[in-house]
Design a protein around this ligand. Structure first.
Ligand code: GAL
Length: 701
């Protein structure tokens, strides 16, 4: 199975309790959640804090240092189940009350984690089968974290008890402004008897009759027809390690639904007992076991954990940028926050990567703001002396010395409070969207095409090309409305249903430009191969037929544009036969040299570009962006130097422009107009200098 990702006092102002009027919890209202109002008018500037691991004598000093750095928010408690409930049914929040009191006296509010990611040893001892079972049938044992089964009744009951006690204890405490449910939900997959029974029940609810299930899954293949619901297996390890792809895709949906119902079980308790507290959970960007667009309906706002150092391939800036945009898109483009923002070198048993200059942590944090974050909370306040994460640097090291990372974050703390009136109420507005299909991503995990195939890499390639011309990009999901966009890029749209095809057709007919790539329209929603000529249901829109294709193995291939320029290409080659489309590029090698590789088809008032392969050169993608701009009137920004990003937020009559320099060299960007530096208030010329590892925030009316 796929790899895991390793896995806020009493500033006692009475009106805090009336938070719904002030932009607080939105359970019954579609009004966008206002994070700044929720945090009492302050941009959320926080740290993840673990006071339980430090002597109480140090807490006051910690709070003083936080306050001096502009910290007004902490997240705490997400792994403290055993400290909150040392014995079944006996709760102790006194230590946390004392920590909150100290923080509160320094103007710091808290979000408390429901501690369910780390169930206590006593719970495992009493109910060993709360642990998940892996695909080989081996039950995880106590140790580490997150190894529980989402469908175990004892675990669900224990969850209800601790979440109820936490909510009851803090419902009237103004120091606590919200809750984070669990921690990084999304693993592990579990193959025990509880999940088996729950999956069989899920299948029964979905298909109603076994006949319908057998037909939908094509169980005629290899004689897998089921004659009782109890025969349906989980996709556990089998002799050849493979399962019916239809069953496997439904398991992925089932796991997503199980995760969602676990989150909603907690959200219901919190809402009922503490309706004035906001609810979120910390998510993981491009992590793909979970369809966040489905998970997030129960939350007030999205929060996620941003570790740019993991993104070794993408110069450490467009990778996190895409993840920010995906997280924003997973809840209707509402502003979000980063619950864990990298503040030092990551590592567990080894250090992962090399040390970044302290100044870069500030640039990454501003990047989050540029992409719609109204809050940044740094992980973690201080590096641990204990446990697995002794190598994971926090803002401070174990010695609490006010190091360069602390100083740069403190600088941002001052700046961000000055920027708050400028930022509040502003949003990212985009004319280009990238369609992420969770069904397709799951289906590609089940049948990965070729060794070289990587769904996310295609997302990055198209995303980079637009971002290099300073074009904002939204991420949308199949159930979203596409009508606000001029351009929609939907790489490898493998799994499609009639509704999605209808929406894409309507988008193009209305004048939109759609970019599709290889292996689109291949599967229906049951992960069953189409009997239509490829690209299946999308063929009329694309104006091509695909009668042959070539998975890349070792051959060198290239595409040749009509002006003779060629670009190397790999992964997959669809050999295209235009039916109504015009050819933009042909293949350069092999038995299909000269055959169409890239086409454009006018349809209604719009057009569809089909890229039958994966060009390797960024010049191909930048050329495509220029073509798209010419056809659609999409405004392109300046050509950005490598290592420099430009992103905009806007509100009535005002654009807020962020220029971010991730390099060690001075850079400059011609923003095409005179602007005002939002921090200094000074006018800036069209060409704006950005010092190494620095940021400019500009406004323009
Ligand atoms: C995150 C997790 C944190 C901490 C951090 C560093 O994924 O939420 O609890 O473990 O990684 O490893």
């Amino acid at each position: 199975m796929r790899a895991w990702r390793k896995t806020w006092v009493a500033v006692v102002s009475v009106f805090i309790l009336a938070s719904p009027l002030l932009g607080g919890p939105q359970s019954s209202s579609p009004r966008p959640f206002n994070l700044i109002r929720w945090n009492h008018g302050k941009f959320i500037f926080g740290v993840d804090y673990y006071p339980e691991a430090w002597p109480e004598s140090q807490w006051e000093k910690d709070a003083e240092m936080m306050q001096a750095a502009g910290i007004n928010f902490v997240r705490m408690g997400e792994f403290d189940w055993v400290k909150m409930e040392p014995e079944e049914g006996h709760f102790d929040f006194s230590w946390l009350d004392r920590a909150l009191k100290i923080l509160s006296a320094h103007g710091i509010h808290a979000v408390l984690g429901t501690p369910t990611a780390a169930p206590p040893a006593w719970l495992y001892a009493e109910y060993p089968d709360i642990a998940a079972v892996n695909a080989e049938g081996i039950r995880y044992r106590f140790g580490s974290r997150r190894n529980y089964c989402l469908n175990n009744p004892h675990f669900l009951q224990a969850t209800r008890q601790i979440v109820t006690a936490l909510a009851e204890h803090y419902k009237n405490n103004p120091a606590v402004i919200g809750f984070q449910i669990d921690n990084e939900l999304g693993n592990p997959y579990c193959f025990n008897r509880y999940c088996l029974a729950a999956f069989q029940n899920w299948c029964r609810n979905k298909y109603k009759t076994l006949d319908a299930l057998n037909r939908a899954w094509g169980t005629v293949f290899w004689g897998q027809t089921y004659t009782a619901w109890s025969q349906i297996p989980l996709p556990w390890n089998t002799l050849f390690g493979v399962h019916n792809p239809s069953l496997a895709l439904d398991y992925d949906r089932f796991f997503n639904d199980s995760t969602k119902s676990y989150l909603e079980l907690q959200a219901r308790i919190l809402r009922r007992i503490a309706p004035n507290k906001a609810i979120t959970t910390n998510e993981m960007g491009l992590f793909d076991a979970i369809d966040y667009s489905k998970l997030n309906t129960a939350l007030d706002f999205v929060a996620w954990d941003n570790y740019p150092m993991f993104d070794q391939n993408h110069s450490n800036y467009f990778g996190p940028a895409l993840a920010h945009d995906l997280m924003r898109g997973s809840k209707n483009n509402q502003n979000f926050m980063v619950m864990e923002e990298e503040a030092g070198l990551p590592g567990w048993t080894m250090f992962w990567g090399h040390q970044a200059p302290a100044a870069l942590y500030r640039v990454w944090a501003y990047q989050a703001v540029a992409h719609g974050a109204d809050g940044v909370c740094f992980f973690r306040w201080r590096t641990s002396t204990y446990g697995t994460e002794q190598y994971w640097q926090g803002v401070l090291d174990q010695d609490s010395y006010p190091n360069a990372r602390y100083r740069i974050i403190a600088r941002m703390g001052k700046e961000i409070q000055r920027l708050t009136p400028v930022l509040e109420g502003s949003h990212v507005v985009s004319k280009v969207a990238l369609l992420v299909s969770p069904d397709s991503r799951w289906a590609f995990h089940i049948q990965p095409l070729t060794k070289g195939f990587n769904y996310n890499r295609q997302l990055y390639r198209y995303y980079d090309a637009f971002r290099r011309r300073a074009v904002n990009v939204d991420v949308v999901f199949p159930q979203d409305n596409f009508s606000a966009y001029k351009v929609l890029v939907a790489p490898s749209l493998f799994v499609v249903n009639a509704e999605l095809v209808r929406k894409l057709t309507q988008f193009v007919r209305g004048g939109g430009l759609l970019i599709l790539t290889y292996r689109s329209g291949v599967k229906d929603s049951h992960n069953v191969y189409t009997t239509l000529t490829l690209p299946g249901r999308l063929a009329p829109l694309v104006g091509i037929a695909i009668h042959n294709y070539d998975p890349e193995t070792t051959q060198q291939q290239k595409i040749v544009m009509s002006n003779g320029t060629s670009y190397p290409a790999d992964v997959w080659f669809d050999i295209l036969t235009p039916t109504s489309a015009r050819v933009l590029a042909t293949y350069g090698e092999d038995f299909y040299a000269g055959k169409p590789a890239v086409t454009i088809n006018r349809y209604g008032r719009g057009a569809v570009i089909y890229v039958g392969t994966e060009p390797r050169s960024s010049r191909f993608y930048s050329g495509l962006v220029q073509l798209v701009a010419r056809r659609t009137g999409l405004a392109l920004g300046p050509k950005l130097p490598n290592g420099v990003e430009m992103a905009t937020r806007q509100k009535a009559g005002e654009k807020i422009i962020f220029l971010l320099n991730y390099t060690s060299q001075p850079q400059s960007v011609d923003v095409g107009a005179v602007t005002r530096n939002a921090l200094t208030g000074q006018a800036e010329n069209e060409s704006v200098p950005i010092p190494p590892y620095d940021v400019r925030v500009l406004t323009r009316r």
